[in-house]
Each structure stands twice: as structure tokens, then as C-alpha cells.
Design a protein around this ligand. Structure first.
Ligand code: KG4
Ligand code: ZN
Length: 339
């Protein structure tokens, strides 16, 4: 079965074709960074308009890249939530309409299920059950995964998501949006131990995270070390970035270790944009578990993960009705299980 995947939940237009026999056969991405960078974050209306401009172009591109015709597509999968309402509407309306026009089933996919299953696209995919660490711009969650659609959230952020904290700290350090990769780059030349950042919520039991205190701690440091100009010295900034990153990584690693102990599982899957972070990967590799993650391009938003997740559900006979449904808020626990 060949499935066209459409991802438009936020600021990337991702389109891909996944073949359940051959694997990923085409994958195209258009990033909207240039559209939003001058505003320092995603402007929802600009995001929707840019998705409208790019979706059809990229669909034609993946068909051409794979040498396929639209009649070779057996199903369509689109992100129907969570995400920005207008942005979701673009992919969902188009995906649902293409399914109807091509006379093939169409299905709305949960964006975080897409992230969670992305490591399945790699060569050595994890077997169930496993603990999933989902760390993106909008979510930080630990999930007990028993199978596709069998998700129990066992821990989550009580305030900012990990990626959101990276993005806000980047702003304090005058780095461009999206901040995660820029903070990580700056941290490479910093001393992570110079400042004693807190490790929030690690001194009490439980699997929830909190990142807003780290943000405040960072802001205070930035003010303290700003002497003449608008910002601290380059070295001070690098040390702040490195200290912040290590605090996030340590905190997340402590919670992952606890989640593994609590569930008794031996596999840990990390997914979502922040799972591209090299320090986080390095740290999680020290846990007593087999750790799985996707290549960096499949950690951040992409169409391949939506095509893959949709294909699993379509194969199991699930599909949407003709109405277009988008769910800007959509708890993972509500998803239907695949037997
Ligand atoms: O999963 P994603 O592409 O989009 C959402 O679903 O939110 O995640 C984007 C987030 C952004 O906050 C970005 O700053 C962060 O992932 N990110 C990183 C890295 N690459 C992306 N954070 C830390 N280190 C990275 N290398
Ligand atoms: Zn995402």
C-alpha cells in the first residue's frame, strides 16, 4: 500500500510517500523559517497561507521524484491535530479532498503519534512495548507505549515544553528562531558547569517536568552578566547556553530513567524536534536501555512520519468519514488502538 502523507500542523510543509513494502520512497519538506524569523516565532496566519502555497507543489514533486502517478496512491494521511487550527485545516482539507477525488481512503493522523512512530522508519526499529520520550516545540511527555494507539501518558511538562524553553532561551541570547539548534551550537563553545542551573522537579518522585524555572534562571544570568552592551560577552553567553542545555538534558534523563524503572521496559524511544539534540542523545545512551531515535530530519516535523502512521491505520482498515475534522487539542490517550 502506498500512502501520501501531508504534514501542515505548524511551520513546515512536509509531504512524503510511504510504501508498506518498500518503505519511504519520497520525502519533501519546505521550512517556513524565512517567513517567521523576523517575528521571532510562528505567526499562525502566515503559516496557513504559506502551507496553501506549498502543499500542491510538494505533492507534485514527490510524485515526480518517485516516478509515480496519482493513480498509484492507495491512501492519503494528513495531520489533523494537535497544532495550529488554520495550518491544520490546509493539510486536512486538501488530504481529505484528494482521497475523495482519487477514490482512496483518507485518515487524519495525530501529530505526536507521527513523531512517536518516526523511529520505525529507520533500519533497526524498536519492538513494543517501550517508553517514548516526546520532546517537541509544543509537547514534553513520557508515554507508556504498548502498541500502535496504546498510549498512556505517564509524565508531562506542567508548564513549557522542552523545545519551547530552548526557543525562549534563544530569544534571551538574541539567537534566531527556531532556537533549539542555535542554543545547541552556541553551547558547543561553552562550559556547562560554570553556572549551577537547577534540575527542576528531580528532587521529588514522579515523572512530570517543569522548564519555566530554568527560563527564569537563564534570564537572571543574562541580566547579571550584561555589563555595557545589550547582551553578556560571547563566552558568558556560550556558558549560559551550555549550562541551560545540560540542565534540560539531565532533567529529562532522570525522568526517563524513572519511567524505565516504573514500567520495567528496556526500550526507550526518543522523538520530536528536541530529540535531534546531540547532548540529549549522548546522555540517554548512558541509561540502562536500548535507545531508539530517527535521523535528525525525521525528528523535526516531516511528512514521512505522517505517511507511516497513516499507513499503519489504513492497513488496519481505519479511515475517516468524508467530513474534514481538525483537532487543535487532542490527547494521545484518545487514539484508537490497532490490534
Ligand atoms: O517536533 P518539532 O519539529 O515541532 C513541533 O512539533 O513542535 O519541534 C520543534 C522544536 C523547536 O522548539 C526547536 O527549537 C527544537 O524542536 N529543536 C531542538 C533541536 N532541533 C530542534 N532543540 C534542541 N536541540 C536541537 N538540536
Ligand atoms: Zn512536531
Amino acid at each position: 500500500m502506498r500512502v501520501l502523507g501531508i504534514e501542515t500542523s505548524c511551520d513546515e510543509t512536509g509531504i512524503a510517500i510511504y510504501d508498506t513494502d518498500q518503505g519511504l520512497i519520497a520525502d519533501a519538506l519546505h521550512s517556513q523559517i524565512d517567513v517567521h524569523v523576523e517575528y521571532g516565532g510562528v505567526v499562525p496566519e502566515l503559516a496557513s497561507r504559506d502551507h496553501i502555497r506549498k502543499t500542491l507543489v510538494l505533492i507534485e514533486q514527490v510524485l515526480a521524484d518517485s516516478g509515480l502517478n496519482k493513480s498509484d496512491i492507495d491512501g492519503v494521511a494528513y495531520t489533523s491535530g494537535p497544532g495550529l487550527m488554520g495550518a491544520l485545516m490546509v493539510g486536512a482539507c486538501l488530504g481529505r479532498a484528494l482521497g475523495y477525488g482519487w477514490n482512496v481512503p483518507a485518515i487524519g493522523v495525530h501529530h505526536m503519534e507521527g513523531h512517536l512512530l518516526a523511529p520505525m522508519l529507520e533500519e533497526n526499529p524498536p519492538e513494543f512495548p517501550f517508553v517514548a520520550l516526546l520532546v517537541s516545540g509544543g509537547h514534553s511527555q513520557l508515554v507508556d507505549v504498548k502498541g500502535i494507539g496504546q498510549y498512556t501518558v505517564i509524565g508531562e511538562s506542567v508548564d513549557d515544553a522542552a523545545g519551547e524553553a530552548f526557543d525562549k532561551v534563544a530569544k534571551m541570547l538574541d539567537l534566531d528562531y527556531p532556537g533549539g539548534p542555535h542554543v545547541a551550537k552556541l553551547a558547543e563553545s561553552g562550559d556547562p558547569l560554570r553556572f549551577k542551573f537547577p534540575r527542576p522537579m528531580t528532587d521529588r518522585p514522579g515523572l512530570d517536568f517543569s522548564f519555566s524555572g530554568l527560563k527564569t534562571f537563564t534570564l537572571n544570568l543574562v541580566h547579571k552578566y550584561t555589563v555595557d552592551g545589550p547582551l553578556p560577552s560571547t563566552q558568558d553567553m556560550a556558558d549560559i547556553a551550555a549550562g541551560f542545555q545540560l540542565a534540560v538534558v539531565d532533567t529529562v534523563a532522570i525522568k526517563c530513567r524513572r519511567a524505565l524503572e516504573q514500567t520495567g521496559y528496556t526500550r526507550l524511544v526518543m522523538a520530536g524536534g528536541v530529540s535531534a539534540n546531540k547532548e540529549l542523545r549522548r546522555k540517554l545512551a548512558t541509561l540502562k536501555a536500548d535507545v531508539f531515535y530517527a535521523r535528525p530530519d525525521l525528528c523535526t516535523d516531516n511528512g514521512a512520519m505522517i505517511a507511516y502512521a497513516g499507513a499503519q491505520r489504513l492497513l488496519a482498515g481505519q479511515h475517516d468519514s468524508l467530513s474534514v475534522v481538525t483537532k487543535p487539542r487532542w490527547p494521545m490517550g484518545e487514539l484508537e488502538a490497532i490490534d
